[in-house]
Design a protein around this ligand. Structure first.
Ligand SMILES: [Zn+2]
Length: 53
């Protein structure tokens, strides 16, 4: 898999996800798979949706 990117609210841009791990979260719209990690620039928690789980 290539580099995963997510939007960082602190950097206000897309950043590389550091220490990313896949988690499945039960949302109101069904179970979804997320990539959770930290911003490689500032360390803020970031996440992105990968799809339905
Ligand atoms: Zn950041």
């Amino acid at each position: 898999m290539g580099v995963m990117e997510a939007y960082c609210v602190k950097c206000r841009t897309k950043v590389e996800i550091k220490d990313g791990e896949e988690v499945i979260i039960d949302t109101k719209r069904g179970k979804k798979k997320f990539m959770m990690g930290t911003c490689s620039v500032c360390g803020t928690k970031v996440s992105r949706v990968l799809g339905n789980a």
